[in-house]
Ligand binder design. Structure first.
Ligand SMILES: C[S@@+](CC[C@H](N)C(=O)[O-])C[C@H]1O[C@@H](n2cnc3c(N)ncnc32)[C@H](O)[C@@H]1O
Length: 209
């Protein structure tokens, strides 16, 4: 079991390469957010900034959070290059220990997973509490490891089904509308090889008022 802190682990991970993720926004984020009127958005586990930068380009004012200073510094540089630096507030938090202030029209958690300790259910409940009335909570997660990682030394991570994600959120009855709850396949290119991953999408709206 890896005993590095979340910050140490993810800084080491990001230092392995100058770019880990594609730089493109996540496909399901684009699909689920494209029809929404831009407002304020919170991106949890923003990594190298692909989603935050795409949201900013659509007119959202974004608060982007990650535990890794290396990722945040890299993401901030990409935002400057993309001409949207003024629309994104980058904040370093170890979610589970601290959380950004305020409420947001969109709260997005895209693949907020970790091979070191991450109180994901608790963080997602806090995330639901940060959705403004009428706002959207969007949670994208894996449902399994890719074959390349399945047999390596990872802790026993349980990937929750969409129904389990919703149940773990403990949403107030009658105050939320579940808009999307589905498992789906997604193609991912890793080291030039196309893999099919099984993912889950949960999209919920806090009712206005
Ligand atoms: C699998 S990556 C996903 C990155 C990005 N959302 C994407 O889809 O490309 C998980 C991200 O969550 C961040 N993370 C992990 N644990 C965290 C924590 N406790 N608080 C804040 N960020 C965390 C990592 O640094 C990493 O950038």
């Amino acid at each position: 079991m890896d005993d590095r802190t979340a910050g140490e682990y993810w800084n080491d991970r990001y230092r392995e390469s100058t770019r880990i993720w594609s730089g493109n926004p996540n496909v399901e984020l684009v699909k689920e957010v494209s029809g929404l009127t831009p407002g304020t958005a919170l991106d949890l586990g923003s990594g190298e900034g692909g989603d935050a930068i795409w949201l900013a380009k659509q007119g959202w004012r974004v608060t982007a959070v990650d535990v890794s200073a290396v990722a945040l510094e890299r993401a901030e540089r990409h935002a400057v290059e993309a001409g949207v630096a003024g629309q994104i507030d980058w904040q370093q938090h170890e979610l589970g220990k601290s959380f950004p202030e305020g409420t947001f029209d969109l709260v997005s958690a895209q693949f907020l997973h970790s091979t070191v300790e991450l109180p994901r259910e608790e963080i997602l409940r806090t995330a639901a509490g940060a959705v403004a009335p009428g706002g959207i909570l969007l949670i994208e997660g894996h449902l399994d490891w890719p074959d390349s990682l399945r047999h390596t030394d990872h802790p026993d991570v349980h990937f929750p089904t969409p129904d389990e994600v919703i149940s773990d959120l403990s949403l107030d009855d009658g105050r939320w509308e579940i808009l999307v709850s589905r498992a789906h396949d997604r193609e991912q290119i890793v080291d030039g090889e196309t893999l099919t991953r099984r993912d889950s999408t949960v999209k919920a709206r806090r009712l206005p008022g």
